[in-house]
Design a protein around this ligand. Structure first.
Ligand SMILES: CC(C)(COP(=O)(O)OP(=O)(O)OC[C@H]1O[C@@H](n2cnc3c(N)ncnc32)[C@H](O)[C@@H]1OP(=O)(O)O)[C@@H](O)C(=O)NCCC(=O)NCCS
Length: 152
């Protein structure tokens, strides 16, 4: 029996919305994604940011089925003398993990950062630091957050 071909990493498109939402619901732990807001606001915003070069938004496509995605925001900085690419979301379908798809997505993010002249790629992570260390990331800072309360 022949096994499925390796997923191909490509740019995300509007047609990937449902697949990305499915992966997002498996990835998000702190926030529960709202499907209506995803469809109307956040997904189109991220697509637009990627089209304008303000983000990288990639999917891993296995025979026209999206099995993983990566989203990184390109942030202008003063301290680095240019842009920093922050990898904010990375997820691979649970049954397909451990076959190199996550690494392939991160390698493509790194490649695109080099092409764009970003000073560095950063990644806030609690669950996967060892995964990133294998991909040449090194620990640099403690990441704190202040959850903004809902508007009155
Ligand atoms: C992290 C994640 C994207 C990796 O995807 P993947 O396709 O399994 O990655 P790869 O197959 O390229 O893994 C490469 C190696 O990293 C290891 N690895 C995977 N996830 C890891 C984790 N969370 N912590 C430490 N090591 C991990 C794998 O075991 C594998 O090691 P091996 O080659 O010795 O078997 C995937 O596990 C996932 O979607 N996790 C849930 C969401 C998540 O934690 N995202 C990252 C948060 S920033």
């Amino acid at each position: 029996m022949s096994s499925a071909p390796e997923p191909r990493v490509r740019l995300a498109t509007a047609q990937d919305a449902d697949a990305v939402f499915r992966l997002l619901t498996g990835f998000a732990t702190t926030y529960r994604p709202d499907p209506d807001r995803f469809t109307a606001v956040t997904f189109p915003e991220v697509l637009r940011a990627a089209a304008e070069g303000r983000a990288e938004f990639l999917v891993a496509d296995q025979q026209s089925r999206v099995v993983g995605y990566a989203y990184a925001a390109r942030i202008p900085t003063l301290f680095a003398g240019g842009t920093v690419l922050e990898l904010l979301e990375l997820a691979v379908d649970a049954p397909l993990r451990g076959h190199g798809t996550g690494s392939r997505l991160v390698r493509e993010v790194q490649h695109r950062a080099r092409q764009a002249g970003d000073a560095e790629v950063t990644v806030p992570t609690r669950r996967a630091a060892d995964f990133y260390r294998r991909l040449d990331f090194t620990e640099t800072a403690t990441y704190l957050k202040w959850p903004s309360p809902p508007r009155p």
